[in-house]
Design a protein around this ligand. Structure first.
Ligand SMILES: Nc1nc2c(ncn2[C@@H]2O[C@H](COP(=O)(O)OP(=O)(O)OP(=O)(O)O)[C@@H](O)[C@H]2O)c(=O)[nH]1
Ligand SMILES: [K+]
Ligand SMILES: [Mg+2]
Length: 518
């Protein structure tokens, strides 16, 4: 046959050339030529607002060198790139001294935005900052930056892919250690590399199918090519599906684990919330039905972000307000990742042997069916998503507690249970250890294994990508052109994640979350 030995080499050059024209629609969409934002010179305060030791003012765009020369009195030469230089910083028109500070020069393309950029590091007093910003604003062709505009320019210059941009945004917003670790991996491009690898493999599959369509009739191509594509598509599909089958760990870590406190009235739910957040966030009183609204607070549990909600006690509401509170409470529990079911231990049966059955009945009455896990997931899901808090343990004799604990250890099918006193905080350490391990399981380890899927946007595109690949399988034996379309569609969806193919409105949403000056 024509191609058996030199096929590899021939294929790689010829197919690439031939299929470029067919790939044209994809390519046209993805070339990020000049940015949509105007190419003017922008400036902003990049450090935080409020009084601080040093404030960083950033400038980017073609006039950066002129700005630097003018305001830092550098008429002859610019400073060496990326080197601090102590200068007097003056008003561009009046030449009045505004401050003495460090200036930096970052010539493009080796700058964050890819453009000529500069920075002023001045004293962080509000009057100094205002004077420098006013001076910059008075220069022609120089304007204040919009939120995220520096990063947007970096994206358009090809310095960052979209998932790296999102990682950078997450890093700025990260409030806990685990969030910081996950965001840093994403900003460093781990997710970008994974998705780009899938893209390039899909491109190769597409090129091979296209080549087969074009040349198979002339017997220029071996049958084996399609089998190879089949295997590659199958492998890719499995990889993407495995990545999707992550129990939303990365997304949860990014946005916080939803933990809800529930139980009957007066069990001590609000007391538990206050104990965990160490402040009187919710009203506590001996009156049953005190809490009506959902009371939310965010916590850092061992480096993991938790959004903790206290809810109305469950009972048949006496009035319409309480009924609404109970409805909201049940709704929250259904949406939660983890439910803390609070029991008043003084209400437990005196015979420890009867406690497991009592607790099972209690769980049945306070938990809606779905949150105890889908039937197919069995009790494992229930054990993962519920913790029993046996509160007011200060009112239970020590021997009684010990016997009950022994009984609970031996009983199967109940979620983990823990005695706790919100009054004395006895048992708090054990409860926190349990809570932390649950939260950790729900978020996964941000440092180990493949990078996590972190956004619903990525999930949606990946799901569409997998669906598109099943089109390939559906049509490969009937209509290769349609099968190729499936691969092309899968490629488009992945391109939308990394920003090789984008829609301006999506970019607007992504960059809107950035602060001004980033
Ligand atoms: N002895 C003791 N009393 C507690 C403990 N925790 C809560 N209490 C008391 O139990 C009563 C009810 O506490 P809350 O925290 O308001 O209970 P709740 O479950 O939020 O009640 P509702 O919002 O009305 O459903 C209050 O008088 C608390 O002081 C505890 O650990 N020990
Ligand atoms: K109460
Ligand atoms: Mg309450």
């Amino acid at each position: 046959m024509f191609l058996s030995t030199s096929w590899g080499l021939w294929r790689s050059t010829f197919i690439t050339l031939k299929t470029l024209s067919r790939l044209a629609p994809v390519r046209r969409l993805c070339i990020p030529t000049d940015a949509v934002c105007d190419a003017g010179t922008i400036f902003a305060l990049s450090s935080g607002h409020g009084r601080c030791g040093v404030a960083v003012v950033r400038i980017s765009g073609p006039a950066s060198s002129l700005v630097l020369r003018n305001m830092a009195g550098l008429t002859q030469t610019l400073p060496p790139p990326r080197t601090a230089l102590l200068r007097k910083i003056t008003d561009p028109h009046t030449k009045e001294l505004l401050d003495r500070g460090l200036v930096f020069w970052f010539p493009g393309p080796h700058s964050f935005t890819g453009e000529d950029s500069a920075e002023f590091h001045v004293h962080g007093g509000p009057a100094v900052i205002t004077a420098v910003l006013q001076g910059l604003g008075s220069l022609k062709g120089v304007r204040p930056a919009e939120a995220g505009e520096f990063t947007r320019r970096a994206f358009h210059a090809g310095k960052l892919g979209l998932t790296e941009v999102e990682g950078l945004g997450d890093l700025i917003h990260a409030e806990t250690e685990a969030q910081r670790r996950q965001a840093l991996r994403q900003m460093d491009g781990e997710l970008e590399r994974l998705y780009k690898d899938w893209s390039s493999r899909l491109k190769r599959c597409l090129a091979h199918v296209e080549a087969f369509i074009d040349f198979s009739e002339d017997e220029l191509i071996e049958e084996g090519v399609l089998n190879q594509v089949d295997r590659s598509v199958q492998r890719l599909q499995t990889e993407i599906e495995n990545h999707l089958r992550d129990k939303r760990r990365g997304e949860r870590l990014r946005s916080g684990v939803q933990v809800v406190i529930t139980g009957v009235t007066n069990a001590g739910k609000s007391s538990l919330l206050n104990t965990l957040c160490q402040r009187p966030a919710a009203i506590v009183s001996p009156i049953a039905g005190t809490t009506r609204d959902v009371v939310e607070t965010s916590l850092d549990i061992g480096g993991f972000p938790v959004l903790l909600s206290d809810t109305a006690g469950l009972r048949d509401g006496l009035d319409s307000v309480e009924k609404e509170g109970v409805r909201r409470a049940r709704e929250r529990v259904e949406q939660s990742d983890l439910t803390l079911v609070v029991v008043d231990s003084t209400q437990l049966p005196p015979d420890p042997q009867q406690v497991p059955a009592f607790l099972q009945g209690y769980l049945d009455s306070v938990l809606p069916k779905p949150s105890r896990g889908h039937p197919e997931e069995g009790t494992e899901a229930a054990a993962d998503s519920v913790l029993l808090v046996l509160n007011k343990s200060d009112l239970v004799p020590e021997v009684q507690k010990e016997r009950t604990e022994r009984e609970l250890r031996e009983s199967l099918g109940l979620p983990p249970a823990c005695f706790l006193s919100c009054h004395t905080t006895t048992g708090l350490g054990d409860f926190l250890t349990l809570l932390q391990s649950r939260v950790k399981t729900l978020c996964g380890d941000p440092l180990s294994g493949a990078p996590s899927l972190t956004q619903a946007r990525h999930r949606a595109h990946l799901q569409q990508s997998v669906q598109a690949l099943s089109l390939y399988h559906q049509y490969k034996n009937q209509d290769l052109a349609l099968a190729a379309e499936g691969v092309r569609l899968a490629l488009t969806h992945i391109g939308r994640i990394t920003g090789r193919i984008w829609a301006e409105d999506i970019l607007d949403i992504i960059f809107r979350d950035f602060c001004i000056g980033k």
